[in-house]
Design a protein around this ligand. Structure first.
Ligand SMILES: *Cc1c(COP(=O)(O)O)cnc(C)c1O
Length: 394
């Protein structure tokens, strides 16, 4: 974690910040890239005389460069990098204590649900599920024990859009924190801190890294007190991002803008194609005008992202659909340059009990597509042939 003294960066456009934000190259040698400081410890010139670095769990210059970069991108003051998205979420949830309660979006990343339900609940930190796209349902559930509202917008896997500014207003009226998982849109498309959120978390494994080769996570805040507590927890819990992985994520972020533009272009094309397709029962994508989240999404973000979920018509066998895809890969994860498809009920969201899954709409037939940056027409051809090959025999 480090204090952003470079206010100049904030005046740059978002594409320039991707390239020049945080620490721009190496002061000492002029290297245009931040070096990989592959070291666990640092020489001290005398007792208590450090050169600003002591031990790499506490601080590492490569990680520090990335932490400044993610803070700049989110228009925040303090960034923290972790070994995974869940390590970031674990650290943020460790702000709370026994007796505290969180209000949580009714469809969120399965691993987030799992850590709440099977880890933090054991420590007396509980949660209550709400449809956070319905503001009254949040207001209704706020009581003294509630300390924070935790949202994903758009959510995983149903792409439900929550009005971040309105939720923040409600939460702040009652002195509660707002935590937003911004993995699906990235700061290139949405900056929750500017909408009023207190803490942004990320799985950097996804679009920020962008190449399906590195696990990482982030937390970003503006409030100095909150930053100090999180920095303390980051060091105390220890789930920090390694120097080499920090380098890879910095490298990934440089192309975030061009990748996201292409991801969104492809996703819009595919979502429209799916929406006009009689073989598809339902499409979830906030970039479609008929999607319930369209207007709020348009207001609070620069684009709808590239995650699409859909349900095949009952005449089709979704298991066969997965087996017949050729170009699109069946795999966990999302946000890489290659298109990935997954079956939330048995894969990413298997940790959520079947009754809750069904209640919120994560049906067995639901298919989640992470649209990559291949040629959009090739992706549509692959979807078309796999749908055709999955028709049930009569
Ligand atoms: C993947 C993901 C996470 C967890 O991140 P890891 O890097 O896999 O630990 C959290 N939130 C969302 C929305 C995700 O997609």
């Amino acid at each position: 974690m480090s204090i952003d003294v470079n206010n100049e960066t904030k005046k740059l456009g978002k594409n320039s910040i991707l390239i020049h934000g945080g620490t721009d190259g190496d002061e000492t040698t002029g290297a245009v890239n931040v070096p990989v400081y592959q070291t666990s410890t640092y020489k001290q010139d005398g007792l208590g005389k450090t050169r600003g670095w002591e031990y790499s769990r506490t601080g590492n210059p490569t990680r520090d460069a990335l932490e400044k970069l993610i803070a700049d991108l989110e228009h925040g003051k303090f960034g923290l990098a972790f070994a995974s998205g869940l390590a970031a979420i674990n650290t943020v949830l460790s702000l709370f204590k026994s007796g505290d309660k969180l209000i949580v979006s009714d469809n969120i990343y399965g691993g987030t649900f799992r850590i709440l339900d099977n880890v933090f609940k054991n420590f007396g930190i509980t949660y209550e599920i709400a449809d956070t796209s319905d503001l009254s349902s949040i207001e209704e559930k706020i009581d003294d024990s509630v300390k924070a509202v935790y949202i994903e917008s758009p959510s995983n896997p149903l792409l439900t859009v929550t009005d971040i500014a309105k939720v923040s207003q409600i939460a702040h009226k009652h002195n509660k924190l707002v935590i937003v998982d911004n993995t699906f849109l990235t700061p290139y498309l949405q900056r929750p801190l500017t909408l009023g959120a207190d803490i942004v978390v990320h799985s950097g494994t996804k679009y920020l890294g962008g190449h399906s080769d590195t696990i990482s996570g982030f937390a970003v805040v503006n409030d100095e007190e909150l930053a100090k507590r999180l920095y303390y927890l980051q060091n105390a819990i220890g789930g920090v991002l390694a120097p080499w992985d920090s380098f890879l994520i910095i490298r990934g972020i440089k192309t975030l803008g061009v990748r996201m533009d292409r991801h969104v272009e492809n996703a819009l094309k595919i979502a429209k194609w799916l929406d006009n397709n009689r073989d598809i029962k339902k499409v979830y994508y906030p970039g479609l005008k008929n999607d319930p989240g369209y207007e709020v999404q348009k207001k609070q973000a620069d684009g709808p992202g590239a995650m699409i979920s859909f349900v095949l018509d009952s005449g089709y066998d979704y298991k066969k659909f997965f087996e017949n895809l050729r170009l699109i890969t069946l795999a966990e994860s999302l946000g890489g340059v290659e298109s990935l498809v997954c079956h939330p009920a048995s894969m990413t969201h298997a940790a959520i009990p079947a009754d809750i899954r069904k209640k919120v709409g994560i049906v067995d037939e639901l298919i989640r597509l992470s649209v990559g940056i291949e040629d959009g027409d090739d992706l549509i051809s692959d979807l078309k042939q796999a749908i055709g090959a999955s028709r049930k025999e009569r």
